[in-house]
Write a protein that binds this ligand. Structure first.
Ligand SMILES: [Fe+2]
Length: 71
């Protein structure tokens, strides 16, 4: 991303860091409430559905033009 001059890189990195923090929260929640994995599974599914739609289809697509220009 830096090599192709993507201008929104810090915000993008922050989004990935937030995702990693969320994963740590899921792991901690699971360890504390391992008897209710289905509730955690529902939460994970809903979050990932949002992540896949918002992040991959919108945020990741923001640097497509930069990649195309770089070729
Ligand atoms: Fe990304």
């Amino acid at each position: 991303m830096r090599e192709i001059g993507f201008t929104n890189i810090e915000e993008h990195i922050a989004g990935h860091h937030a995702f990693i923090e969320w994963l740590d929260t899921v792991k901690t929640t699971y360890r504390r409430a391992a008897e209710s994995p289905f509730l955690i599974g529902d939460m994970v599914n809903k979050f990932l559905e949002g992540w896949l739609i918002k992040h991959i289809l919108e945020d990741d697509m923001m640097y497509c033009d930069y990649v195309k220009k770089d070729k």
